[in-house]
Design a protein around this ligand. Structure first.
Ligand code: S3P
Length: 451
C-alpha cells in the first residue's frame, strides 16, 4: 500500500550531461485530494481527468469509498458517484492515510461532524504531525476526539447530533486548517465562517463553489479574507473536472534544468494560481531564465508551460510574506541557492517544522552532509552557494519519510561535483511517482545506491 510498508530504497544522483526535452508533470496533489473528497460527497457523477495517482491521493479515494462513494478508474479518467452532502456512511474499519497530511486533515473536517465514529491512522511521519490545529476548531463545533497520544494519530472522532457553526480565525497560515473547518461546515446548520489573516492556496473555496456550495469570500483592505459557507446545502457532481499539473512537482524539474549546465527543458501544464507561484517569482529574482509560455485556462485555473534554460543564479532575500505561496518549495529552493552566487536568506519558515518531516532541520542536515555553507535559525535559513557546484555533494541525506527532501537532494546531485545519495526514495511515490522516469528521460542519472 503506502511507502511506509516497504523496505527503504537508497538512490544516488550524479552529474552527467545537459537535461533536454519536454515533460508534463502529473496532476496537482491538493486539487486531486479535493476532487476525490468533493466528488465523493456530491450527489451525482463527477468525472475527473488529470488526477494525480500518487499514494497520498489514492488513500483519500479509498477513504471516500469506505464512506460510501463509488470510485472507479475509466481509462484516463476517474469516475466518482458521490453520496450526497450529509449522507456519508460510517466507515467499516480504520481510515489509513499513509503519509498524507492533507488527506487526513481535510477528511477529519469532512466527516468529523457526523454522529458516528471514524478512526484515522497513518505512517510514522503522519503519526508525529500535530493535529490539534484541526481538532481544536472541530471540538468547538461539538466533535469528540479520542487519542491515546494527545492530538496525534491514531485517533478517533465522533460528531454530535447536530454540530454548531463557528467563526474561526485560522491562527497559522494553513490551507489545511481553513479547509477542514469549511468542510466541517458542510454538515453543520447555519453559516460557518473562516477568517484567514494571510491568504493560502484557495482550492477549497474555488472548488466548493464549482460543486455548487454556497460560499462567499470577502477580502478587506489589509488582505484579511472572510470565507462564509452555508451549511447543509446541496453539492452536485461536476461532469468534467480537469486537474492541472502540480507546480510543486514541476519545481524539481525547473530547478534541475536551471542548475545543470546546457539544459533546456519545457515543463508543460503547470498550475499558475497566484497562491502557488512563489517559487517561480523567487527563481526569476535570482536570475533564472524561466519563460512562461502558452498561458491558458484549464478547469477554471490559470496554467502555462515553463520553458527553463540553465542559468547563473545569485542569492536573494525571500520575504516571509511569500512563504504561503511556496511553502512546499523551500527544500528545492535551498538546493538552487547552493549553486547561486552569494547568500540566499529565507524567512518565515516556522511551518516547515511540521511538514512530512521537520523540513528545516532535514534540509539543513542535507546541506551539511553535502558541503553547502548554511545557517539554520528557528524559522529561517541562509544558504551560501557555489556557482559551479565545486566541492558540493558526496553525502547521504536522511529523508525522514519526506518525499520532497528526497527529490530536492536528488536534484542537487545532478549538478554537484560529487554524487548525492538519499537514504530512501520510496516516499517519492506519495506525490510524484513519475519523478525518476521524467528525470532520466531528460538525461539525468539516477541509480540504486551502493552502500
Ligand atoms: C496543502 C496545504 C499546505 C501544503 C500541503 C498541501 C493543501 O499545508 O504544505 O502540501 O492541499 O491544503 P498547510 O495547510 O499545513 O500549510
Amino acid at each position: 500500500m503506502s511507502g511506509h510498508a516497504s523496505a527503504p530504497r537508497p538512490l544516488t544522483s550524479r552529474r552527467t550531461g545537459a537535461l533536454r526535452g519536454r515533460v508534463r508533470v502529473p496532476g496537482d496533489k491538493s486539487i486531486s485530494h479535493r476532487a476525490f473528497l468533493f466528488g465523493g460527497l456530491a450527489s451525482g457523477r463527477t468525472r475527473v481527468t488529470g488526477l494525480l495517482e500518487g499514494e497520498d491521493v489514492l488513500a483519500t479515494g479509498r477513504a471516500m469509498r469506505q464512506m460510501g462513494a463509488r470510485i472507479e478508474r475509466d481509462g484516463e479518467a476517474w469516475v466518482i458517484d458521490g453520496v450526497g452532502n450529509g449522507a456519508l456512511l460510517e466507515p467499516e474499519g480504520v481510515l489509513d492515510f499513509g503519509n498524507a497530511g492533507t488527506g487526513s486533515r481535510l477528511t477529519m473536517g469532512l466527516v468529523g461532524t457526523y454522529e458516528f465514529t471514524t478512526t484515522f491512522v497513518g505512517d510514522a511521519s503522519l503519526s508525529r504531525r500535530p493535529m490539534a490545529r484541526v481538532l481544536d476548531p472541530l471540538r468547538e463545533m461539538g466533535v469528540q476526539v479520542l487519542a491515546r497520544c494527545k492530538d496525534r494519530l491514531p485517533l478517533s472522532l465522533r460528531g454530535p447530533r447536530i454540530a454548531a457553526p463557528i467563526e474561526y480565525r485560522v491562527p497559522m497560515a494553513s490551507a489545511q486548517v481553513k479547509s477542514a473547518v469549511l468542510l466541517a461546515g458542510l454538515n453543520t446548520p447555519g453559516v460557518t465562517t473562516v477568517i484567514e489573516p494571510v491568504m493560502t492556496r484557495d482550492h477549497t473555496e474555488k472548488m466548493l463553489e464549482g460543486f455548487g456550495a454556497s460560499v462567499s469570500v470577502e477580502t478587506d483592505g489589509a488582505g484579511v479574507r472572510t470565507i462564509r459557507l452555508q451549511g447543509q446545502g446541496e453539492l452536485k457532481g461536476v461532469p468534467d473536472f480537469v486537474v492541472p499539473g502540480d507546480p510543486s512537482s514541476a519545481a524539481f524539474l525547473v530547478v534541475a534544468a536551471l542548475l545543470v549546465p546546457g539544459s533546456d527543458v519545457v515543463v508543460e501544464n503547470a498550475l499558475m494560481n497566484p497562491t502557488r507561484t512563489g517559487l517561480v517569482e523567487t527563481l526569476r529574482e535570482m536570475g533564472a531564465d524561466i519563460e512562461i509560455v502558452n498561458p491558458r485556462l484549464s478547469g477554471g485555473e490559470d496554467v502555462a508551460d515553463l520553458h527553463v534554460r540553465h542559468s547563473a543564479l545569485r542569492g536573494v532575500s525571500v520575504p516571509a510574506a511569500r512563504a504561503p505561496s511556496m511553502i512546499d518549495e523551500y527544500p528545492v529552493l535551498a538546493v538552487a541557492a547552493a549553486f547561486a552566487e552569494g547568500t540566499t536568506r529565507m524567512e518565515g519558515l516556522d511551518e516547515l517544522r511540521v511538514k512530512e518531516s521537520d523540513r528545516l532541520a532535514a534540509v539543513a542536515a542535507g546541506l551539511a552532509a553535502n558541503g553547502v555553507a548554511h545557517e539554520e535559525g528557528p524559522d529561517w535559513l541562509t544558504v551560501t552557494g557555489r556557482p559551479d557546484g565545486r566541492g558540493l555533494g558526496g553525502g547521504t541525506v536522511e529523508t525522514h519519510l519526506d518525499h520532497r527532501i528526497a527529490m530536492s537532494f536528488l536534484v542537487m546531485g545532478l549538478a554537484s561535483e560529487k554524487p548525492v545519495t538519499v537514504d530512501d526514495a520510496t516516499m517519492i511515490a506519495t506525490s510524484f511517482p513519475e519523478f525518476e522516469g521524467l528525470v532520466t528521460g531528460l538525461g539525468g542519472t539516477l541509480e540504486p545506491a551502493t552502500r
